[in-house]
Design a protein around this ligand. Sequence first.
Ligand SMILES: CC(C)(COP(=O)(O)OP(=O)(O)OC[C@H]1O[C@@H](n2cnc3c(N)ncnc32)[C@H](O)[C@@H]1OP(=O)(O)O)[C@@H](O)C(=O)NCCC(=O)NCCS
Length: 170
Amino acid sequence: MELRGRRDEDLPGAARLLARVHTADGYPSRWPEDPGAWLTPTGQRGAWVVAGEDGDVLGHVALVDRAPGRGLASDAPVEVVRLFVDPARRRCGVAALLLAAAVARADELGLDVDLQVVAASARAVTAYERLGWREVRRHAAAWTSASGEHPEVVRMVPPPRAGAGGRGAA
Ligand SMILES: CC(C)(COP(=O)(O)OP(=O)(O)OC[C@H]1O[C@@H](n2cnc3c(N)ncnc32)[C@H](O)[C@@H]1OP(=O)(O)O)[C@@H](O)C(=O)NCCC(=O)NCCS
C-alpha cells in the first residue's frame, strides 16, 4: 500500500471506489451528479489516496477550508472530508494513514482541524474513536439525506499532537 497526494489520474478510480462504497455503506447519502467534482470540493487544501500494488485506489480523503469564501490566506479551521475505504480492505489501517496525512497538512498550515460524521454511522464513529478522535459537539446536519431529513452529526477533533501549537498540542 502506498499513501500519496492524489493525482488527476486517480479521480476515475476514486469515483469507481466511491460508487462501491455508496452501494455498500450508503456513503455518501446522496449519489453526486458529478462524482469528480464532489471529490474536489471548493476550498480544497489537499487530497490523498492510498493505492494498492496495482495502482488501484483503496482509500481517499480530502482536506478543505470550512470557510472557503475567505481565501487560502484565511486562518479559519479546516475539515477532513470525503474519507472512504475499499470495503474489501477495511480494518487494515487505510483510514489511519489517510487521516494522518490530512492532519499533518493542517498542522503544517497551522490551522485547527476537525471532521463531521453522521451519528448513525457507528462504524465510522468507532474507527475515529479508536484513532483517538473525540466528540466535541452534536447537531443536526445543514444538508438533507436522501430521505429529506437533517441527520444528527457529530463533530470530532483529532488527538493532541506534538508541534500543533496551541491548537492540538498535548
Ligand atoms: C470509516 C472507514 C473510513 C474506516 O476505514 P478503515 O480503513 O477500515 O479504518 P482503519 O483500518 O484505519 O481503522 C482505524 C481504527 O478503527 C478500528 N475500526 C475500523 N473499522 C471498525 C469497525 N467496523 N468496528 C470497530 N473498529 C473499527 C480499527 O480496528 C482501527 O483501530 P485499531 O488501530 O485500534 O485497530 C471505513 O469503514 C469506510 O470507508 N466507511 C464508509 C465511508 C464512511 O463512513 N466514511 C466516513 C465519513 S465521515
